[in-house]
Design a protein around this ligand. Structure first.
Ligand SMILES: Nc1ncnc2c1ncn2[C@@H]1O[C@H](COP(=O)(O)OP(=O)(O)OP(=O)(O)O)[C@@H](O)[C@H]1O
Ligand SMILES: [Mg+2]
Length: 323
């Protein structure tokens, strides 16, 4: 497997590592259900007998602990990223759920405005070695480079959107940023960085607005580099989950997003399915209890269990190519 040593330090073969897979949940916008999905997937996965570590990577807005129904622990990622603790294991807290442990996100956004490259590499190397079968990353909103990097360094890239225009717009922005970041990080594409940089500036004068514009410009300039770019993008398979679905036409939005991603970004997105809007969610959050435990017979629990089953069966071998 060819890797990207620039992002994550030393490249090692993933099968030599303890953790089988990292699943990341992103989505660009705030309030689209990233934390709900992260905690629910983590709980469902832990019930299949796998050892799971849920990590709150919403640095500054950490609240995964609430959706998991645990108190805020003493040590958080803030301590790790600011090197107050040297081992990631010092930040791991137990939960009341068998097979499930948890790392809390940083609460103090000022000191963790952006995670330095060396710290990201140190963190990713450490996280691949933790005593868990699966790691779940709950990402923050927005397109900060550390958010994109943690997303891209994961094996399964889940994107959650609501069926409403603002969420869809932010979802596209998130995917576009992840796409450009992915190209930017590939050492074989250093020769195309001037084009990638132009494309990353949304108001550039070259008329490069979308990834397909970038691809066209790169092909004109250097067809060899364009071929590397194409191969890189073909390896990027984000997976869409539509959340808070209320009507049948909401469900269809997932298919439109998939079509648009293919047409404008060249990204083959898997539309995994949807979660209904369910009042059980806010009722559980108000009680500071995971919905998976508080409403075990809700449709949401069935949908989450099905999603986990599907990912375990169909995508067990998927690995980040940015290791
Ligand atoms: N399927 C659902 N049905 C009903 N309510 C939901 C559902 N999913 C999420 N919510 C509600 O939306 C709110 C936001 O969810 P959540 O905190 O998981 O989003 P988020 O993407 O993690 O937000 P942030 O970016 O701010 O961390 C929750 O308080 C919850 O009440
Ligand atoms: Mg959240």
């Amino acid at each position: 497997m060819d890797g990207h040593p620039s992002l994550l330090g030393e490249t090692r073969h993933p099968t030599t590592r303890r953790v089988r897979q990292i699943w990341a949940i992103g989505g660009g916008k705030g309030g689209v259900g990233k934390s709900l999905l992260s905690s629910s997937l983590a709980i469902s996965l832990s019930r299949t007998g796998h050892k799971v570590l849920a990590v709150d990577l919403d640095l500054g807005g950490a609240n995964l602990h609430t959706t998991l129904g645990v108190d805020l622990p003493r040590q958080t990622l803030n301590d790790y990223f600011s090197e107050r603790v040297s081992q990631i294991s010092a930040c791991v807290s137990p939960t009341s759920i068998p097979n499930l442990e948890f790392i809390s996100g940083a609460q103090d956004s000022v000191s963790i405005a952006n995670v330095p490259e060396a710290q990201k590499a140190r963190f990713m190397n450490a996280i691949r070695e933790v005593d868990a079968d699966y790691v779940i990353f709950d990402l923050g909103a927005g397109t900060a480079s550390h958010t994109l990097d943690f997303f891209l360094a994961s094996d399964i890239n889940l994107v959650t959107l609501l069926p409403e225009p603002t969420s869809i717009e932010n979802g596209y922005r998130f995917l576009k940023s992840a796409y450009f970041r992915r190209l930017w990080l590939n050492p074989r594409l250093h020769g195309a960085r001037q084009w990638i940089e132009i494309a990353m500036d949304a108001k550039n004068n070259e008329g490069i607005r979308s990834p397909s514009d970038l691809f066209r410009a790169a092909t004109r300039d250097n067809p060899d580099l364009a071929a590397v770019m194409k191969a890189e993008i073909e390896r990027f398979r984000p997976k869409l989950i539509l959340n808070q679905v209320r009507t049948h036409s909401d469900i269809e939005i997932g298919f439109s997003v998939k079509t648009v991603c293919k047409k404008y970004f060249g990204i083959d997105m898997d539309y995994l399915g949807y979660l209904d809007y369910d009042s059980a969610v806010w009722q559980a959050i108000r009680r500071k209890r995971p919905v998976m435990l508080e409403f075990p017979n809700s449709k949401l629990v069935t949908s989450i269990d099905r999603l986990v089953d599907y990912l375990l069966k169909k995508h067990a071998d998927q690995r980040s190519s940015i290791l």
